[in-house]
Design a protein around this ligand. Structure first.
Ligand SMILES: NC(=O)c1ccc[n+]([C@@H]2O[C@H](COP(=O)([O-])OP(=O)(O)OC[C@H]3O[C@@H](n4cnc5c(N)ncnc54)[C@H](OP(=O)(O)O)[C@@H]3O)[C@@H](O)[C@H]2O)c1
Length: 302
C-alpha cells in the first residue's frame, strides 16, 4: 500500500476518462457556475473549475453577481437555468451572503442539474442507496480509498464532522451495500464526548471539521488510514499564507499505514468529480443511463 495517498494521479485519471467520454459522445456538457460576491478563496476555486472545464471540453458559463444581489434575484436566475435545456448542471459557489436561506436556495435547484448535490431529493437518495448525483467530496473519499485498494468492508470508520455536504452523506455512503462500502460507521461532532477514545478505535479516520491540524498523534490508532478532508488557510511562522488540513500530518505520519496530504489530497479529486457529476447529468438528460458504479468501474478499472 502507498503511504501517501496523493489525489493528483487519481484526479488526472478521472479527468482523462471524462475527456475521453465527452469526445466519444461528441457532446459539450454545460455548467452554470454562480458566484455571489467576491470571496477570494471562492474566486480561486471558481478559476480552477473554469480551467478544468476548458481542459475537458465542457462549457463553463460563469455568472458572478455583486454582493448586494438578493435571494430573490438568485431564485430568478435559478428558475431560468432550471428550464434552459442547454444547461446540464448548476454549481453554486459557497459561501453565499449570510442573508441567503441556503436550504430554500438548494430546494430551488432542479435536482437533475444539482451537480453539487445540495437538493434534499438527491441527499435523500443517498440514504436510500438510490443512484443519482452525489456530493463530490464524499465521493472523492470513496474514490481515493478504492484507487489505493484500501479495504473498507467491515472496517470501523470514524468521521469527525456532520455537515450536510461532507460528514452526513459520507457516513451514509459508507453504509451502502457495495464492495467499496459495507463499513461500520461512527460520526463525531462538537458535542461528542470522549472523542479521543472513539478516534483511537478507527481503522479509517476521516477528519472533516475545519480545524487546522486538530487530529494529533495521540488521537489515532497505530497502522490506521487517515483521510484529511479539511482545507484551512493559516499563516506560517514566516508570515506566509499556507493551506493545512484537519490532521497534524507530521505528528501522525510515522504511526499510520496511509495518509492523504493537504494540499494535493482529497481536494484535487473533488473538483474533477464535479465534472463527473456534470457528465452524468448530461448523460441523463440524453437518456443515457450510467450509474455511479458504472463510472467508478470505468474510471478505475477499465
Ligand atoms: N477537500 C474538499 O474538497 C472539501 C470540500 C468541502 C469542505 N472541505 C473542508 O472540510 C472541512 C469541513 O467542512 P464542512 O463544510 O463539512 O464544515 P462545517 O459545515 O463547518 O462542519 C464542521 C463539522 O465539524 C464539527 N466540529 C467542529 N469542531 C469540532 C470539534 N472540536 N470536535 C469535533 N467535531 C467538531 C462540527 O460539529 P457541530 O455539527 O456540532 O457543529 C460540524 O459537524 C473544512 O476544512 C472545509 O474547508 C473540503
Amino acid at each position: 500500500m502507498e503511504k501517501i495517498l496523493s489525489g493528483k494521479p487519481l484526479a488526472k485519471l478521472i479527468q482523462s476518462k471524462i475527456k475521453f467520454l465527452i469526445a466519444q459522445e461528441g457532446i459539450q456538457p454545460k455548467m452554470l457556475l454562480i458566484q455571489v460576491g467576491e470571496d477570494p478563496a471562492s474566486s480561486y476555486y471558481v478559476q480552477n473549475i473554469i480551467n478544468i472545464g476548458n481542459k475537458l471540453g465542457c462549457e463553463v458559463l460563469y455568472n458572478q453577481y455583486p454582493a448586494n444581489f438578493t435571494p430573490e434575484d438568485l431564485l430568478t436566475v435559478l428558475d431560468y437555468a432550471n428550464t434552459d435545456p442547454s444547461i446540464n448542471g448548476i454549481m453554486l459557489q459557497k459561501p453565499l451572503p449570510p442573508s441567503f436561506d441556503e436550504l430554500k436556495i438548494a430546494e430551488s435547484i432542479n435536482p437533475q442539474k444539482d451537480i453539487d448535490c445540495l437538493h434534499p431529493i438527491n441527499l435523500g437518495h443517498i440514504i436510500l442507496e438510490k443512484d443519482g448525483l452525489v456530493p463530490c467530496t464524499p465521493l472523492a473519499v470513496i474514490y481515493i480509498l478504492r484507487y489505493y485498494k484500501i479495504e473498507v468492508e467491515g472496517k470501523h470508520i470514524v468521521i469527525i464532522g456532520r455537515s450536510s455536504i461532507v460528514g452526513k452523506p459520507l457516513a451514509n455512503m459508507f453504509l451502502w451495500k457495495k464492495p467499496y462500502a459495507n463499513a461500520t460507521v461512527t460520526v463525531c461532532h462538537s458535542r461528542t464526548k470522549n472523542l479521543k477514545d472513539i478516534t483511537c478505535s478507527a481503522d479509517i479516520l476521516i477528519a472533516a471539521l475545519g480545524k487546522p491540524s486538530f487530529v494529533k498523534e495521540e488521537m489515532i490508532k497505530p497502522e490506521s488510514v487517515l483521510i484529511d478532508v479539511g482545507i484551512n488557510q493559516i499563516t506560517d511562522k514566516d508570515g506566509n499564507q499556507i493551506y493545512v488540513g484537519d490532521i497534524d500530518y507530521n505528528s501522525c505520519f510515522d504511526k499510520v499505514n496511509a495518509i492523504t496530504p493537504v494540499p494535493g489530497g482529497i481536494g484535487s479529486v473533488t473538483t474533477s468529480l464535479l465534472f463527473l457529476n456534470l457528465l452524468k447529468a448530461c448523460f441523463t438528460a440524453r437518456h443515457i443511463n450510467k450509474s455511479i458504479d458504472d463510472f467508478l468501474n470505468y474510471i478505475l478499472f477499465e
